[in-house]
Design a protein around this ligand. Structure first.
Ligand code: KG4
Ligand code: ZN
Length: 354
């Protein structure tokens, strides 16, 4: 018998619904709000909430239709309850609660970051992994790099996490978005900067690698952002933005990736993992993938990225976590009481041992 999960993620600016049978994806619907937030250069919480409210039910209907299932055939409803934007999370949590109560289904609360970490392990509807992955052995080092998070997490065993290092200020994706806004390139900044950087020279504009001298495993991106702001102001005094835009994008991208790698390498030396999983929106970046593969190759370590469609926010990854929780019977006891938790931290408790 398969476990059939209806999973919902509204943690930020994408309304995402997926249907999984065990770890296999049968429907993966994402309604992006990028066009709504574009003109503001970042996510506007109240606009995000309204768009989620409009899109959530049509996305659920479409996901069930794609999976050719009815609510009666669903084993459990799963939802991201943190971390994320409170007004956004609320819509998903309320909808999941209502559905679980109405159809008398178990309700499963999922940590968004655990979803990202497990996203490289998703399989397609035929049971084949989207990306080849070595046999799982612990410990694993997972790096979650997105618009809201920059974390190195040690996966000690299934469902048991410990944060090794994290950002002390901005997330790396946020830095991409803010630098893109300085350059008037639009939102989200990551893919645009990556595209323009292809034509630039990453060594042309010197930028700092913040925290590289620091002995710990934490990151900081506000210094790089400020350095970009001053450098841009100086360069603009001398020449037209268009004449150095590609070099600027390439140099910034390189500095942002190097800052991640410096800490990842340090963590590998300490933890000695069997493999490295890299997930979250920024893990879609091709230059990053290339540099990570090369650097981890020197440690003889396999590095696994999610399929591109599972890098950005999606609900398939939430369904995968929920499938594991379902098999351990880890359900929300009082469905009415499930509440959003915007600052939920991964590894707060061992969720599989209850
Ligand atoms: O995981 P995600 O969809 O949402 C969060 O949980 O934050 O990540 C979105 C972030 C944005 O900051 C976006 O600029 C960044 O991921 N991103 C990229 C790329 N694609 C998306 N950053 C660098 N290169 C990319 N190709
Ligand atoms: Zn995310």
């Amino acid at each position: 018998m398969h476990t059939t999960i209806l999973a919902i993620d509204t943690s930020c600016d994408d309304t995402a619904v997926a249907v999984l049978k065990d770890d296999m994806v049968f429907a993966n619907i994402v309604s992006s709000q990028a066009d709504i937030h574009k003109e503001w250069g970042g996510v506007v919480p109240n606009l995000a909430r309204r768009a989620h409210q409009e899109k959530i039910m049509p996305c659920i209907d479409l996901a069930l239709q794609r999976a050719q299932l009815t609510m009666e055939e669903i084993s459990a409803v799963a939802v991201t309850y943190g971390p994320g934007l409170a007004p956004s999370l609320e819509v998903g949590v309320d909808t999941a609660k209502t559905l679980a109560l109405k159809h008398d289904k178990p309700l499963i609360g999922v940590n968004h970051m655990e979803g990202h970490i497990l996203s490289p392990l998703l399989k397609n509807s035929k049971g084949n992994p989207y990306t080849p992955i070595p046999e799982i052995e612990y410990p694993i080092l997972a790096m979650s790099i997105s618009g809201g998070h920059t974390e190195i997490v040690q996966v000690k065993k299934k469902g048991q996490y410990e944060i090794v290092g994290q950002t002390l200020d901005d997330a790396v994706g946020e830095a991409f978005d803010k630098v893109a806004r300085m350059l008037e390139l639009g939102y989200p900044g990551g893919p645009i900067i990556e595209e323009i950087a292809l034509k630039g020279d990453e060594n042309s504009i010197p930028l700092p690698r913040p925290m590289s001298q620091n002995t710990g495993y934490d990151f900081s991106y506000s210094g790089l952002k400020t350095a970009c702001l001053y450098k841009l102001r100086d360069l603009k005094k001398e020449k037209e933005l268009s004449s150095f835009l590609a070099d600027f994008c390439a140099s910034f991208q390189e500095a942002a990736i190097d800052s991640l790698l410096i800490k990842l390498k340090k963590a590998c030396k300490k933890i000695r993992p069997t493999m490295v999983l890299v997930a979250g929106g920024v893990s879609a970046n091709n230059r990053l993938r290339q540099k990570f593969r090369k650097a981890m190759g020197k440690f003889n370590l396999p590095v696994v990225f999610p399929h591109k469609k599972f890098c950005m926010d999606n609900a398939a990854m939430i369904g995968l976590v929920a499938y594991h929780k379902y098999s351990c019977g880890e359900f929300i006891k009082d469905k009415e009481k499930l509440d959003r938790n915007p600052s939920l931290v991964i590894g707060q408790k061992n969720i599989y041992e209850n």
